[in-house]
Design a protein around this ligand. Sequence first.
Ligand SMILES: [Mn+2]
Length: 337
Amino acid sequence: MIIILKQNAPEQQVQALCDELKARGLQIHASTGSEARILGLVGDTKAIAESWVRANPVVEDVRRVTEPYKKANRKFHPADTVVQVGNTKIGGGNFAVIAGPCSVESEEQVLTVARAVQTAGASLLRGGAFKPRTSPYSFQGMRAEGLELLRAAREKTGMPIVTEIMNTEHLPLFEDVDLIQVGARNMQNFELLRAVGRMKRPVLLKRGLSATLEELVMSAEYIMAEGNDQVILCERGIRTFETSMRNTLDISAVPMLKKMTHLPVVIDPSHAAGIAWMVEPLAKAAVAAGADGLMIEVHNDPARALCDGAQSLTPDQFAALMGQIAPLAGYLGKRVN
Ligand SMILES: [Mn+2]
């Protein structure tokens, strides 16, 4: 961190600032130029808030020269993190597909879809039990009963389950969920992030609809700061000025997140587009850009789906997509599981 001091800053106050910074364990390299006087801070500055420094009357400006995220930062952890969910590995050259209905609707529905996506090559089963819906009058999910149906489908197929947690009160219900999803709307629910960090189970963290990549990585940092480094990042489309699709898939998030962090990156083309026919081209683009996996919504009867039917693939469409995705990922050197 570099602090630029105001011209003619009183020496006594500058000294007081330096003493405070030293008391926080930092070393200070001061340099005086013809136009400005600069303090270079050496040491771990992640807990020093820029706003706290800027509030000091002798400070003209402050700049961070290293990223505020440490545990998620590739600079301090060059090797890719591999997250293992059941027998499935994601990251570090391992590619996996998560598929299933937007929401769990009945025992028959979730089991039918689970069997179909498993046959087509998906290794993890998704399904929403607690649904964060824009309208309180929309279907809110089967809640605890939905979780039971996912467990039953896991029992019958052997597929690990992926489902979204919406608040910390539900934590006891999620203790045996294989991959806990924190959804886009909860990306900055910091208490929830800390709580899933303490659970020591793999977490799928979705990017908020208007979150920057640094904000997404800082949210991962919250989970990791609690001692849980099994975090998978998911880009699911962001809100832009474009209205012809539900969201705009930020494909550049894949290479940029991989440069910023060592965590696996998964793309959800279903929520990005909101339209079933766009899932295939976006999924291919994600694989080509280097994604470690895909998360895709599949429904046995999209026209009658209680949630997100327009973006759901039928089992046949999903099988056709997998027929293209798996060879493409293999061609790019990924181990598909
Ligand atoms: Mn959905």
